[in-house]
Design a protein around this ligand. Structure first.
Ligand SMILES: *[C@@H]1O[C@H](CO)[C@@H](O)[C@H](O)[C@H]1NC(C)=O
Ligand SMILES: *[C@@H]1O[C@H](CO)[C@@H](O)[C@H](O)[C@H]1NC(C)=O
Ligand SMILES: *[C@@H]1O[C@H](CO)[C@@H](O)[C@H](O)[C@H]1NC(C)=O
Ligand SMILES: *[C@@H]1O[C@H](CO)[C@@H](O)[C@H](O)[C@H]1NC(C)=O
Ligand SMILES: *[C@@H]1O[C@H](CO)[C@@H](O)[C@H](O)[C@H]1NC(C)=O
Length: 324
């Protein structure tokens, strides 16, 4: 019986901070010059952080600075499920993601700046990526123009890593989840359980998955709103970390399905979700608005270079509407 890797993802925040030590210069030496047009017309950017992180974390907040320095001053909103950073962090582990996404929908729709913008851009780190996609599919008000996700679990997670010795938190949840990934406690309260997907156990997944089976439109009855909203994206860029060993399988970042025994990778384009276009991915791909990008390194080992490239490509105002 498989249990969930949610403790495996615990070090994400730490790794993330490591990528942005305070003493490191914010601008990489090889970056392009700072944009200096007085009135930036970039769309506001919303960022949804990953498991174990919180919206006020230094590493995360430094993204806004890097963004301003790279493409000009831009309104950045860090998605949070609670104003208290510690409670916001807890909500990355515990909660019903249906309700979490709904809260974010309400927050963005009532935000004084975001709600009045013609559209927003969105950046999702790890699980924040598939949650932002849920936002697009279910709410999309304000509408997302470009969606960029780093190391996200778009096709779920199927395996877990062993607990480190003496990690009581890991051991505790491992005990809870063992044999009970599909119970209402797990699906209603444990966040990573809600994007757990074992290709060998699709029946339970389709019956009980509280988030992923729904937003991937994998059940018999499809929600056409999800499909239509995804088609409204200008660009959807998915980054996979080349050496990601935290997310199993890492190819989930590209919506690939990986056979848990043979490790054979079935690419998105070979899957029904694409061929029958359940959530607009085929449409976006054919319009050249779906992008598959590789990032060097392990899970969330972001370099300033990869971020500035992404900012220039997807969040700078000139790139809007350029559908090649
Ligand atoms: C960007 O914002 C900073 C801080 O608010 C301000 O000093 C600077 O003049 C702004 N730059 C532009 C180009 O508007
Ligand atoms: C970036 O620019 C925006 C818009 O002017 C400003 O509100 C924000 O404070 C700036 N962020 C940083 C970190 O300077
Ligand atoms: C489809 O999703 C939309 C947006 O979340 C929701 O309002 C609607 O009720 C859903 N339709 C069905 C048939 O579930
Ligand atoms: C999560 O919340 C939604 C909305 O309240 C509810 O319909 C659903 O049953 C909950 N899921 C679980 C597994 O408790
Ligand atoms: C995975 O591969 C094994 C061995 O090739 C095969 O027996 C099994 O049916 C495959 N599973 C799925 C879900 O395709």
């Amino acid at each position: 019986m498989t249990v969930l890797p949610f403790w495996a993802l615990l070090p994400i925040a730490l790794r993330f901070v490591t990528a942005f030590p305070p003493q490191e210069p914010l601008l990489p030496t090889d970056s392009t010059p700072v944009a200096s047009s007085g009135d930036s017309s970039n769309l506001p950017l919303v960022i949804w952080h990953g498991l174990g992180d919180n919206y006020k974390a230094e590493g995360l907040q430094s993204i806004g600075e890097l963004l301003n320095d790279t493409i000009g001053n831009t309104t950045t909103y860090y998605i949070r499920l609670d104003d208290d950073p510690s409670a916001d962090r807890t909500a990355t582990f515990l909660g019903n993601v249906t309700l979490q996404v709904q809260k974010v929908c309400d927050d963005l729709a009532s935000h004084p700046i975001l709600s009045k913008a013609p559209a927003i851009d969105a950046l999702g780190f790890s699980q924040g990526g598939q949650f932002l996609r849920a936002y697009v599919e279910r709410c999309n008000n304000p509408r997302v123009e470009n969606l960029v996700t780093f190391g996200s679990q778009h096709n779920g997670i199927s395996e877990f890593q062993e607990c480190v010795a003496n990690d009581w938190l890991c051991q505790t949840w491992r005990g809870v989840l063992k044999g009970n990934a599909w119970g209402s406690f797990s699906q209603g309260r444990l966040v990573p359980a809600q994007y757990y997907r074992d290709p060998e156990d699709l029946d339970n997944y389709l019956e009980y998955s509280n988030l992923l089976a729904d937003i991937n439109n994998e059940r018999k009855v499809k929600n056409d709103t999800y499909n239509q909203n995804m088609k409204k994206l200008g660009k959807f860029a998915m980054y996979m970390f080349a050496e990601d060993t935290t997310v199993v399988p890492k190819e989930s970042a590209f919506f690939s399905e990986v056979n848990t025994t043979s490790e054979e990778v079935k690419r998105l384009q070979e899957r029904d979700i694409y061929q029958e276009d359940w959530i607009g991915l085929r449409f976006l791909d054919e319009e050249r608005r779906l992008e598959f990008k590789i990032a060097e390194g392990g899970h969330m080992q972001l370099s300033n270079n990869i971020l500035t490239d992404a900012f220039n490509e997807y969040f700078k105002s000139q790139s809007k509407g350029g559908f090649d």
